[in-house]
Design a protein around this ligand. Structure first.
Ligand code: GAL
Length: 735
C-alpha cells in the first residue's frame, strides 16, 4: 500500500557547507518548515540569509519497506538543493518554489540508520528564476516547506487530473486522467476502481474502471474516464465552496489486498471563464473580480511559515479584506495556502517565478520546468482560475512565451493563461490580457479580456503611522481604482498591489528593506486601505463601519478632519460628537458610482476652529433602517490599555506550529493609537517559544510576534509589559 508520512521532524542544520565527515555535534536540531536564519522584521542585509547550509536527517525506516519503493518529497527548498542518501548523490534541484522528489530505495539500509543530506544553496543564483537582475522581493533561505516520506508499490498512481464541465446543466460532466508508473522489471496486471464522493454524503461506492496491463518501466496515462451526472452535483462557488473527493484504487491481479494503491484527490465542480466580452464568469454568472497580490513572506521567519499561518493568510484575504481573488505574486505558493483557498472559496491567479528579467536558454528551461511543475501540482484546485505564464513585467519574447503558453494549454486544457505585463503594447500571446496599470486610473483596454493585475504599490507607499491625510489618501486610491474597474464593462476586475507589506532588496522600498505597499502591514494588521476592502463585504455577511481617522484636531494639513472618511457597508451613518448629533449621512455615490459599497466622505464634521465639536466621536451604522453597528473613537488621545492576543488558542506539539501574537496600545474604545511607539517586553512560560524582537517598540501602535510550539504538550502563558499601563496576559494550550 501507499504510505505518506510527514518527514519534518528531527533534522540537523548547520549554516555552512559541511563536509560529510563533519560531526553532528556542531549541528542544531530543527523541525521543518525551517528558515536558515531568524531576522529582525527590517534593517537587515539581504546577504544575511544568502549562504550555503547543510541539512541532515538520520532515520530508520518508520515502517518496513515490504517490497515498495521509497521516495522523499520536498514541497519546496530555497533555492537550489543537492541531495544525498547514505553518501550516494541523488541529484540537484534548481528552483525554490516548486516541489521535487527523489527515489531513495536502492541506497537505503532497510534495517539500519540512514542519512539523508541536503546541501542547500540559498544565494541569489543568476541561473535560477527569479534571479539574474534586480528583484523587488526577497526569497530567504531554508527547507521552508514540508517534506514527506512516501512508500509506493512498484506500479502506482503518480498523479490524477480531474476536470469538470457543463456543471450548470442537467448533466454535469467529469473527466479524470490517471497517471500510472510501473517502475518494476515485470509487466503489471492491475484492476482500477474509482469513486466520486461528497464528504458527509453516504452512498458513493467503488466503480470498476477495468483491467490494464502496464508494461515494465512504463509511465502511462488513462484519460478516457468520463462520467456524466444525470442527478446533478453540488457546484463549487465562492459562497458554497463544495469539494468532492475523486478516489482511485489499484488492485494487482497477482497480489491480493492489502497490496494496491490508493490516491484521493480533492476537486470541485465549477466552470471559470474569462470572456472576449470583457467579463469573467464563474459557473455561468458574471463576477467582477476584486483582489490583492500576496507575497509569501513574513517578518522574522522569511518564507518558512507552517500550515496554520498559510491558511490564516487566505482567511485574511477573503474574510477580513473581502476579496474574491488573490494573485500569488510572483511564484507558486504553499499547498496549504491553495488548499485553504479551495475550502473557503477564494479565487487564485497563480504564476511562475520571476521578476522583469528573462535569462538565457538554460534559465528559460528552468522556467518551462516551473510552468510544468506548477500546473501538475495545482491543476485540481478549483480556486485556481488562471495560469500566469510570463515572467512578471518582462519584455516580450515571442519564442519563449509561445512555448510557455503551449505547455500550459497542453497540461491543462481547462484553464486560460495570462502573463503579467506593464506595457500596453506588449505582444498578446495569452488568453487574458493581464496588465499592471500604474496610471493612477484604469486605462481603456485594447484587448479583451483585460484584467488589472496590479495598481498603486510604489506609486503611494504608506506606513501605518504616516500622517493621517496620507493613510486616508492611500485608502481612497484603492477605492477609486476598484470603483473605476467595477464600472468598466471591458475590464474583468482589479488586483491591487498589495495585501501585505513585504521585505525587499535595498533597491526598492523605503531603504529599511520593507516595501510599505500593503493595505496591511507585514504583520497583517490593517491600514485604512484594509478598511476600504473590508467595507465591500456584504452587510448580510456582517456589518462593517470603520472610520479612517484617529480623531485628532491637528495632524492633517491645515488642521481639522475634513472630510471625515468612513468605510462602511451600511446604508446610512449617524455621526455624533459627544451628545451632539452632527447629522445622518449616505455614502458618496457621486464619487464612487460603481462600488458595491461607496465610502462616505463627510464634510464639516470637525473643522479645526470648532473646539466644542471636539468630543468623543460616535458613529451609528444603519442597514434597512435599523442600527446594526457602532464605532466610537476617544478624543482624549490617551493610551488606555495594552492588548495582547493570539490568533489561536491551541497549537500542535509538533515543533513547527505557530500562531501570531498581536499587541497594541489602544484608546478607551479599543482603537489603536498610531503614534504610540512604546517598548513592550514579553515573557513566555511553557512549551513554546516567541519568534521576533523582544522588547519590541510598537510600530503605528501595534505589531506582532509569533508563538512557536515545542514538542511537548502543556499550557503556555505569555505576559507583556510596557510603561505606565497595566501588563497584559494571554494563554494558549499546546496539544
Ligand atoms: C510592480 C511589480 C511588483 C512590485 C510593484 C510595486 O511593478 O510587479 O512586484 O514591485 O511594482 O509597486
Amino acid at each position: 500500500m501507499r504510505t505518506v508520512l510527514p518527514f519534518n521532524d528531527g533534522w540537523l542544520f548547520l549554516a555552512e557547507d559541511a563536509a560529510p565527515e563533519q560531526p553532528d555535534s556542531g549541528f542544531e536540531r530543527v523541525t521543518l518548515p525551517h528558515a536558515n536564519i531568524i531576522l529582525p522584521h527590517h534593517n537587515f542585509d539581504n546577504l544575511e540569509y544568502q549562504f550555503i547550509s547543510t541539512y541532515r536527517k538520520r532515520f530508520r525506516l518508520p515502517e518496513p519497506r515490504a517490497g515498495r519503493r521509497i521516495y522523499v518529497d520536498f514541497d519546496g527548498a530555497m533555492i537550489a538543493s543537492t541531495v544525498w542518501i547514505n553518501n550516494h548523490n541523488l541529484g540537484d534541484y534548481e528552483g525554490g518554489f516548486t516541489p521535487f522528489s527523489f527515489d531513495i530505495t536502492d541506497y537505503l539500509l532497510e534495517n539500519g540508520e540512514n542519512l539523508l543530506t541536503v546541501r542547500l544553496d540559498s544565494t541569489e543564483r543568476p541561473d535560477i528564476p527569479p534571479f539574474g537582475n534586480e528583484v523587488d522581493y526577497l526569497t530567504f533561505g531554508g527547507i521552508y516547506r514540508d517534506v514527506w516520506l512516501r512508500y509506493e508499490e512498484p506500479c502506482h498512481v503518480t498523479r490524477v487530473f480531474v476536470r469538470t464541465w457543463d456543471v450548470t446543466t442537467a448533466t454535469p460532466k467529469l473527466q479524470a486522467d490517471i497517471y500510472l508508473n510501473n517502475t518494476s522489471d515485470a509487466e503489471q496486471k492491475i484492476n482500477i476502481f474509482y469513486r466520486v464522493s461528497f464528504p458527509g454524503q453516504p452512498g458513493a461506492s467503488d466503480l470498476e474502471y477495468g483491467n490494464i496491463n502496464v508494461p515494465p518501466h512504463t509511465e502511462m496515462t488513462l484519460s478516457t474516464l468520463e462520467i456524466h451526472y444525470a442527478a446533478g452535483v453540488k457546484i463549487w462557488s465562492l459562497e458554497n465552496p463544495n469539494l468532492y473527493h475523486f478516489d482511485v484504487k489499484l488492485q494487482y491481479n497477482d497480489k491480493p489486498a492489502p497490496y494496491g494503491d490508493y490516491v484521493s484527490t480533492l476537486f470541485g465542480f465549477r466552470e471559470a471563464h474569462f470572456d472576449k466580452d470583457g467579463s469573467f464568469y464563474l459557473n455561468g454568472e458574471k463576477l467582477k473580480l476584486r483582489g490583492l497580490n500576496r507575497h509569501q513572506t513574513y517578518p522574522y521567519i522569511g518564507a518558512a511559515a507552517p500550515k496554520r499561518l498559510q491558511e490564516k493568510d487566505a482567511d485574511i484575504v477573503k474574510f477580513e479584506l473581502g476579496c474574491n481573488i488573490v494573485r500569488t505574486s510572483h511564484y507558486p505558493q504553499s499547498p496549504h495556502f491553495l488548499n485553504r483557498c479551495d475550502e473557503i472559496g477564494l479565487l487564485v491567479f497563480e504564476e511562475i517565478p520571476g521578476w522583469q528579467h528573462i535569462g538565457d536558454d538554460d534559465w528559460q528551461g528552468i522556467s518551462l520546468r516551473d510552468v510544468q511543475a506548477m500546473i501538475e501540482r495545482d491543476r485540481n484546485h478549483p480556486s485556481i482560475v488562471l495560469w500566469g505564464v510570463r515572467i512578471n513585467e518582462s519584455p516580450d519574447n515571442t519564442a519563449f512565451y509561445t512555448r510557455t503558453n503551449e505547455l500550459a494549454h497542453k497540461l491543462d486544457p481547462t484553464r486560460q493563461t495570462g502573463g503579467v505585463r506593464n506595457f500596453i503594447t506588449s505582444e498578446f500571446l495569452e488568453d487574458v490580457f493581464t496588465y499592471n496599470d500604474f496610471s493612477n486610473s484604469v486605462i481603456d483596454p485594447i484587448h479583451t479580456p483585460h484584467f488589472v493585475t496590479e495598481f498603486n504599490g510604489h506609486m503611494f507607499p504608506t506606513k501605518t503611522w504616516d500622517q493621517e491625510e496620507r493613510v486616508v489618501e492611500h485608502a481612497l486610491r484603492h477605492a477609486r481604482i476598484q470603483d473605476k474597474a467595477a464600472g468598466m464593462d471591458t475590464v474583468v476586475g482589479a488586483i491591487g498591489w498589495c495585501a501585505f507589506d513585504y521585505n525587499t532588496h535595498r533597491e526598492f522600498g523605503s531603504g529599511d528593506r520593507i516595501c510599505y505597499h500593503g493595505v496591511m502591514d507585514m504583520f497583517r494588521l490593517p491600514k485604512f486601505a484594509a478598511y476600504f476592502y473590508e467595507s465591500q463585504i456584504s452587510p448580510s455577511v456582517r456589518p462593517v463601519l470603520l472610520a479612517a481617522t484617529t480623531w485628532t484636531r491637528g495632524d492633517r494639513s491645515e488642521g481639522g478632519i475634513d472630510p471625515l472618511v468612513i468605510f462602511s457597508n451600511c446604508d446610512e451613518i449617524e455621526v455624533f460628537t459627544g451628545d451632539e448629533l452632527v447629522g445622518k449621512y449616505t455614502p458618496d455615490r457621486e464619487a464612487f458610482p460603481n462600488l458595491p459599497h461607496a465610502p462616505y466622505q463627510i464634510r464639516n464634521v470637525m473643522p479645526l476652529w470648532n473646539p466644542g465639536r471636539f468630543q468623543d466621536l460616535r458613529l451609528l451604522g444603519y442597514v434597512n433602517g435599523q442600527v446594526v453597528i457602532e464605532q466610537q473613537i476617544a478624543s482624549d488621545g490617551l493610551p488606555h490599555q495594552l492588548v495582547l492576543e493570539t490568533d489561536d488558542l491551541e497549537l500542535n506539539a509538533d515543533g513547527a506550529d505557530m500562531t501570531r501574537l498581536v499587541f497594541a496600545i489602544v484608546d478607551k474604545f479599543g482603537n489603536r493609537l498610531p503614534f504610540t511607539n512604546q517598548a513592550v517586553t514579553f515573557e513566555i512560560d511553557g512549551p513554546a517559544d516567541l519568534i521576533g524582537e523582544n522588547p519590541f517598540a510598537l510600530i503605528g501602535g501595534q505589531a506582532a510576534l509569533y508563538v512557536k510550539a515545542r514538542h511537548e504538550p502543556g499550557q503556555v502563558t505569555i505576559v507583556a509589559k510596557t510603561m505606565r499601563l497595566p501588563g497584559a496576559i494571554t494563554f494558549l494550550t499546546i496539544k
